[in-house]
Design a protein around this ligand. Structure first.
Ligand SMILES: O=C(CO)COP(=O)(O)O
Length: 150
């Protein structure tokens, strides 16, 4: 597979998603990183976004709730090249009614080489490297060859 280089502009788009048992962890993480996060564009699934705004005062563009299609909306934005970082605190203990959507979101993030953090340790590292620099150079997969061979 080939890659093309894409320089991400200084202000990035960060998708924030958490399952119910992990929303507290995401609120804690966003509160800790509020000074940095508020310099970027934040979006999230419906309930996550609402809870984050109320708890932290950060402005979050709210999509549909995850089980109603919010995960798929974020996946679509990833495929369109509109997301630079996905912070998705998914629940490792509870199956979800929309597990296929959860899997699809994680898959499309892998397809497009998007940094994905599933817990605060990985999110702490990724926020340093993804959001702190002025510009961030991310290799974007070029699937032209793959499609031509089908
Ligand atoms: O279910 C989710 C992610 O799979 C999150 O959805 P909510 O933010 O609406 O709870």
């Amino acid at each position: 597979m080939q890659f093309i280089s894409k320089t991400i502009p200084a202000s990035k788009r960060v998708a924030l998603v958490a399952h119910d048992n992990r929303k507290g962890d995401l609120i804690e993480w966003c509160s800790r990183h509020k000074p940095l996060l508020q310099q970027h564009r934040l979006l999230g699934t419906g309930t996550t976004g609402t809870r984050l705004e109320a708890a932290t005062g950060l402005e979050v563009e709210k999509l549909l709730s995850g089980p109603l299609g919010g995960d798929q909306q974020i996946g679509a934005q990833i495929a369109e090249g509109r997301i630079d970082l996905l912070v998705f605190f998914w629940d490792p203990f509870e199956p979800m009614p929309h597990d296929p959507d959860v899997k699809a979101l994680l898959r499309i993030a892998a397809v497009w080489n998007i940094p994905v953090a599933c817990n605060s340790a990985s999110a702490d590292m990724m926020i340093q490297s993804t959001l702190m620099g002025s510009d961030f150079d991310r290799p974007v997969p070029d699937y032209a060859g793959y499609l031509a061979g089908r």
